[in-house]
Design a protein around this ligand. Structure first.
Ligand code: NAP
Length: 279
């Protein structure tokens, strides 16, 4: 590694961001490709009120190549950019800012984090997909699977929010009290925090609704396998853990920052090692 004045840097900002796995994942990829003197990836806790200042600094520093934003900075940062990709505009959030010679461009790679792991298993065109939750992450989920031709229904605790999101994206939306319908879906994606540590004993829907022909994707990644996924596995369903979303939003982001093809296996191995999961 030869860090110099020419080294470009990328930073993940959030509040808090101390436990982010992005620096480890990106730095391992730089090292593997032998570009760890060209790029370095850092992290910093930044208050939402300071996002504007960070963007100003980025504009002033030509080797400040990439800015990764976590919630709630993903929405705030959009105000200060020169250009926002139409996909990110539609999703309503930017998780990736690229400094292109002083021109700051905003992208969203979260939807790829959803679509890529699913497409490794099945085509999405015409598939009936139930999305649980109607918050920020659900927006990227719904965008991604709709663009791939799936038939989507959003189930949310607050029915009005499901209906509002569904109307905006041109799909269906209802309350979680209608969860029985979910038994008829091909794919179930949990985009709510239900089941996340420390509430590991919770599931967003009754697991009696799951069958062996379904694919269950839980975007929660702590724990690695939520109760929803553990129960789905027992029934013989195919399960996708949330770490896959983290990985694939990260590989797409890596490519935007470096213009190099992401070494997916290295990035995956790094994530799994950090999460103490056997790969
Ligand atoms: P958010 O904007 O706060 O939205 C949360 C959604 O979940 C809302 O629709 C909310 O329903 C619903 N919800 C919350 N608690 C619930 C409960 N106890 N029962 C039923 N529904 C509940 O959050 P977000 O940013 O979308 O994040 C959601 C989850 O995705 C988080 O766990 C986050 O860590 C995870 N995530 C993972 C990745 C990844 O890379 N794997 C990326 C992004 C997010 P109401 O509308 O009724 O409040």
């Amino acid at each position: 590694m030869k860090i110099s004045a020419k080294t470009k840097f990328c930073i993940i900002i959030g509040d808090p961001v101390d436990h982010s796995l992005s620096p480890a994942m990106h730095n391992a990829a730089y090292k593997h490709l032998g570009i760890d003197g060209k790029f370095v990836y850092l992290g910093s806790n930044v208050k939402i009120t300071d996002v504007k200042k960070i963007v100003k600094a980025m504009r002033a520093m030509n080797n400040f190549r990439g800015l990764t934003c976590t919630i709630p900075h993903k929405i705030e940062v959009m105000k200060y950019l020169d250009w926002v990709d139409p996909v990110a505009e539609k999703i309503g959030a930017v998780n990736t800012v690229v400094n292109d010679n002083g021109r700051l461009k905003g992208y969203n790679t979260d939807w790829l984090g959803v679509v890529k792991p699913l497409e490794k298993i099945t085509g999405l065109k015409g598939k009936k997909i139930a999305v649980l939750g109607a918050g920020g992450a659900a927006r990227a989920v719904v965008y991604g699977v709709l663009i791939k031709g799936a038939k989507v229904k959003i189930f949310n605790r607050t029915e009005e929010k499901a209906k509002k999101l569904a109307e905006e994206f041109g799909c269906q939306g209802t309350g979680l009290d209608r969860e029985k319908e979910i038994a008829e879906f091909d794919i179930i994606i949990n985009a709510s925090p239900v089941g996340m540590m420390p509430n590991e004993d919770q599931t967003p829907i009754a697991t009696t609704l799951i069958n062996k022909n379904q694919i269950i994707f839980d975007i929660v990644y702590k724990p690695f396998k939520t109760k929803l996924l553990r129960e789905a596995e027992k029934k013989g369903a195919v399960v996708i853990p949330g770490v896959e979303m983290l990985l694939h939003q990260g590989t797409a982001q890596f490519e935007l920052y470096t213009n190099c093809q992401a070494p997916v296996d290295i990035m995956k191995r790094t994530l799994y090692r950090k999460l103490k999961i056997k790969n």
